[in-house]
Design a binder for this molecule. Structure first.
Ligand code: F3S
Length: 387
């Protein structure tokens, strides 16, 4: 693997032991995956922020590092909202250890945003190289923005944040970004909302595994694309997809799709995912809500009071910028939490059936929260919460 003179000096330890070790890690990853060189990144998103996942060993490792991020970097969602953990009934001992993890990242120059939607916080553009970890964020960056990132593990993303580079292989290379299977939807999807795109992603991910799908016959907006990609990354391992005439690389490139396998999906196959089982809580914001989604929820909750717990999740920076909308939502009794989510927070484990508007949550809630999951539109979610 080629290293430029600056990288060679860093590898020899001239920039300190932490950067030396981090570069060793990136070079080792690069060699495993056949990278020819490193590439500069615009930002990083680091998983491994939850104390539940990394424990004392991980905390000790983070505390031993001595360098600061040289590109904007954020964290993945953690098990609790940092400012409101008491309200969620989080164990104080756990909260203290989680706080220690967060402070260790802060010392490394990582921005204390814990979110799967870093694209709402740091400008990310077509062609940017990134080192992001969370699967829905990776899917959005690659597919909707046309940026380039592999799905990084926590240490690899942190190393990339501290060095400002990542090994150039996989989805960083144009030759690995071409469609591999065509998905044709036999439906007039004009009335489809976010949940139905999430359900389509849930269904498609199981069919395509880790192939790159090329959708024909749909025209989703940004929030619908977010839902589609997040679900495909959950039930499959889709890190990049294209939508004919919609996503940037599909618009820019004349992909040669002749001869690719075609999978035709009928609307009834998606409809059967929507049930009407009774639920005891409702959760929205997987992936974390956009400003438009928050505004929509506020509109639906106007002059209403929730009778079931309604949890909404969004990035702290988005909550702060939309505080009037968030206050309007919370007036109904619903709660808008930052830093965490319905899947990683232990608070959802107290419920037996949870309604969501996300295909990814539909896939993860049963295993991660031990509850039955039901998917519905945002209108249906709010209607169930105020029933
Ligand atoms: Fe984000 Fe948690 Fe869903 S990390 S994509 S809200 S499972």
């Amino acid at each position: 693997m080629y290293l430029d003179p600056d990288e060679e000096r860093m590898l020899a330890g001239e920039n300190g032991e932490t950067r030396q070790k981090m570069l060793e890690l990136l070079v080792a990853l690069g060699k495993v995956f056949g990278a020819e060189r490193l590439v500069r990144i615009r930002s990083a998103q680091v998983s491994g922020a939850s104390y539940k996942t990394i424990g004392e060993y991980g905390l000790a490792w983070l505390s031993s590092l001595d360098a600061r991020a040289v590109v904007p970097a954020v964290l993945n969602p953690i098990g609790m909202p940092r400012g409101r953990w008491q309200e969620m009934g989080i164990d104080p001992v756990f909260a203290a250890r989680q706080q220690a993890v967060i402070l260790a990242y802060e010392r490394l120059g990582v921005n204390l945003e814990c979110t799967c939607t870093p694209y709402y916080l740091h400008e990310t553009s077509f062609g940017d190289h990134l080192a992001w970890s969370e699967s829905s964020a990776v899917s959005y960056a690659n597919s909707v923005i046309g940026a380039r990132t592999n799905r990084e593990g926590g240490p690899g993303a942190l190393a990339a944040a501290l060095i400002g580079k990542t090994p150039c292989y996989g989805l960083h290379l144009s030759r690995n970004r071409k469609p591999e299977v065509i998905i044709e939807l036999k439906s007039d999807e004009k009335e489809w909302g976010i949940a139905r795109y999430g359900a389509l992603g849930y269904y498609t991910g199981k069919l395509v595994g880790n192939k790159i799908p090329y959708f024909q016959g749909i025209s989703p907006d940004y929030d619908q694309l977010k839902a589609l990609g997040a679900a495909m990354a959950a039930t499959g391992a889709v890190a990049l997809y294209h939508v004919n005439d919609v996503t940037p690389e599909a618009k820019k490139n004349q992909f040669d799709i002749a001869g690719l396998e075609v999978i035709r999906i009928e609307p009834a196959e998606i409809d059967q995912l929507f049930t009407d089982i009774p639920v005891d809580a409702v959760a929205v914001g997987c992936p974390h809500c956009s400003p438009a989604e928050l505004a929509d929820i506020a509109r639906l909750l106007k002059r209403k009071t929730v009778t079931k717990p309604l949890y909404i999740f969004a990035a702290q920076g988005i909550i702060e910028k939309n505080i009037r909308i968030v206050n309007a939502i919370e007036k109904s009794g619903a709660r808008v939490f930052a830093d965490t989510c319905m899947v990683v927070s232990p608070v959802m484990e107290q419920y037996t059936a949870i309604m969501v508007n996300s295909g990814k949550a539909l896939a993860y809630v049963p295993d991660m929260c031990g509850a039955v999951a039901r998917i519905g539109s945002i209108e249906e979610c709010v209607a169930v919460a105020i029933m």
